[in-house]
Write a protein that binds this ligand. Structure first.
Ligand SMILES: [Zn+2]
Length: 106
């Protein structure tokens, strides 16, 4: 894997490393771990420590990738609608009106 992996090569690498274990855990159990990691990311965002933030973003990305693989979703295909700008307004940067945050304040 290069220093800047593509989404596809990242997913393949996570599969090579964890897919067997992820299959044994199952989709529901892996989803619970993903949510747990999102919770850790929320705490890291609150603290704002750069090294901790980088680690938690990496963990969330890895668990998201595991989840996608178990669900049979190719992350590169999932990301494709965003390749050429906003999937809604098709502009870059996005020109859509800001929506109210569903929960908050953070
Ligand atoms: Zn938009």
């Amino acid at each position: 894997m290069s220093d800047e992996p593509s989404v596809a090569s990242f997913q393949r690498s996570i599969e090579a490393t964890f897919l067997e274990r992820d299959r044994r855990r199952g989709l529901a159990g892996t989803f619970v771990w993903f949510v747990e990691e999102v919770g850790e990311l929320a705490r890291a965002l609150k603290k704002g420590e750069p090294e901790n933030l980088r680690e938690e973003f990496g963990d969330v990305l890895a668990w998201l990738s595991s989840l996608a693989s178990l669900a049979g979703v190719d992350l590169a295909q999932a990301a494709a609608p965003y390749r050429d700008g906003c999937p809604s307004c098709h502009r870059r940067p996005c020109g859509c009106p800001l929506k109210a945050t569903p929960v908050g304040p953070f």
